[in-house]
Design a protein around this ligand. Structure first.
Ligand SMILES: NC(=O)c1ccc[n+]([C@@H]2O[C@H](COP(=O)([O-])OP(=O)(O)OC[C@H]3O[C@@H](n4cnc5c(N)ncnc54)[C@H](OP(=O)(O)O)[C@@H]3O)[C@@H](O)[C@H]2O)c1
Length: 162
């Protein structure tokens, strides 16, 4: 199993955010994931039950964000972070489709998971969920059986709208 958990955030108003800051965020949250998946594909290909979990964010949801959902934290300061996680979600869908078409990779399940607003360094420990609560959906998706879904976006309550 491969859990792409590493992530970074720039805490900045949209009008103050530069392309340089955006690029650093995408470097870690998007290109970092492509780098690791590409490097791990030989091992995943050889695995009997390979699982990839991309740790995304509820704030990546275009549907929830455009609908004005309150995710906790400061909605006005997450332009780089949320857009990078939306791109990450598209990676999940694109890889799922590509794997399904390749007989050597079609046994890989890849999903996006969101832990919710969790008390970690990333949130300055202001998150309202514990690490154990946040980790649950990630562990569930990393240990899916062969009937489990692929190419989806989940929290511990079920599917999250794209
Ligand atoms: N906390 C939340 O509310 C929340 C909500 C939704 C999604 N998430 C996601 O959950 C994941 C874990 O975050 P967290 O909340 O546990 O935050 P965290 O405590 O800040 O952990 C982030 C981790 O990413 C690693 N990392 C950052 N940049 C890296 C790089 N360039 N190369 C390698 N490792 C790097 C950090 O390593 P070092 O410690 O060595 O720097 C750290 O272990 C992230 O993808 C985050 O976006 C968190």
């Amino acid at each position: 199993m491969l859990v792409n958990n590493a992530g970074t955030v720039v805490d900045r108003l949209a009008a103050d955010t530069t392309a340089v800051e955006m690029r650093h965020t995408f470097e870690v949250n998007v290109f970092g994931v492509v780098t690791v998946i590409h490097a791990m594909l030989p091992l995943l290909r050889a695995s009997l039950a390979p699982r990839i979990v991309n740790v995304s964010s509820t704030t990546a949801s275009l549907g929830l964000t455009s609908g004005g959902a309150d995710f906790g934290g400061d909605a006005e300061r997450r332009i780089a972070y949320s857009s990078s996680k939306t791109a990450l979600n598209m990676l999940t869908v694109q890889y799922a489709h590509a794997f399904a078409k390749d007989p050597g990779l079609s046994h890989i399940k890849i999903n996006s998971a969101t832990p919710g607003y969790t008390a970690t360094d990333l949130t300055g420990h202001r998150g309202t969920r514990t690490v154990e609560e946040g980790a649950r959906v990630i562990v569930d998706l990393a240990t899916l059986d062969s009937a489990g879904p692929t190419g989806g976006f989940f929290n511990d309550q079920g599917r999250v709208p794209w």
